[in-house]
Write a protein that binds this ligand. Structure first.
Ligand code: MG
Length: 241
């Protein structure tokens, strides 16, 4: 059903075959319905620091490390990067606002998809720009026995966050697999940019307020209208070609 998209991916990258053996999941906005809380926490933290920032900007910056998001705003407003002190203070505010939302919910159909993938013997990785300790810990609580620590790449592991390819290249290295044996599931423009720059087949799930055209512009290979839509079409993508 998705043969043209897969064919285009193979030709564009000059790969011999497409045969998925692992799925790399982004976390916020894919596994957790947490982006609305991140966006609101960013707006409040920036406001308190006297910096203009909108929820739309939060969604467009999703995937970046906190430090990189803060640097971007400082460059726009002051024409310079933030100091370490400024970064720490704003990120601390943001984390506190985020934590005050309480428990984060699973994205509908995330656990159903993960369980299905487990039965298909594919490896599962998490590749996230998040450095929220509570969120990473809650992966095990919300998705018991699905994830392993050695199959995670977080904000603590990388020098350059998304949209740099480093996080996805690091996951690829950890997996020991070839780039044509991977599928990425991403919801954010910069996450898609990162995965595509790493040469990986990238499935977009639109779970937020952005127009799907925005995700297409960042080079997504296939796009679905949320995790339920992806769950329903999973078998059609999971083919060796
Ligand atoms: Mg995301």
């Amino acid at each position: 059903m998705f043969s043209p998209e897969i064919e285009k991916f193979l030709q564009g990258n000059n790969y011999p075959v497409f045969c998925p053996k692992a799925v790399f999941f982004d976390m916020d906005g894919v596994l957790f319905d947490s982006m609305k809380y991140h966006a609101s926490a960013w707006v409040k933290a920036m406001q308190q620091a006297g910096l203009p920032f909108t929820e739309y900007e939060a969604y467009m910056n999703e995937g970046r490390t906190g430090a990189s998001t803060i640097d971007g705003v400082f460059m726009n407003i002051y024409g310079r990067k933030a100091t370490e002190e400024e970064k720490q203070s704003i990120y601390h505010l943001k984390s506190n606002f985020f934590e005050s939302h309480g428990k984060t919910e699973r994205m509908p159909f995330a656990i159903e998809l993960l369980k299905k993938i487990k039965t298909q013997n594919l490896e599962i990785f998490v590749v996230t720009g998040s450095g929220q300790p509570s969120l990473i810990d809650s992966l095990e609580e919300n998705f018991p026995k699905i994830f392993q620590k050695q199959k995670m790449v977080t904000a603590f592991d990388v020098k350059h966050g998304k949209p740099n390819p480093e996080p996805y290249l690091m996951a690829l290295k950890k997996s020991g697999l070839k780039p044509w044996e991977i599928m990425v599931v991403e919801n954010a423009p910069l996450g898609i940019e990162s995965a595509k720059a790493a040469g990986l087949f990238t499935i977009g799930v639109n779970t937020g307020p952005l127009n799907s055209n925005v995700l297409s512009e960042y080079g997504v290979d296939i796009i679905f209208d949320g995790m339920k839509d992806l769950y329903n079409h999973w078998e059609n993508i999971l083919i060796c070609k």
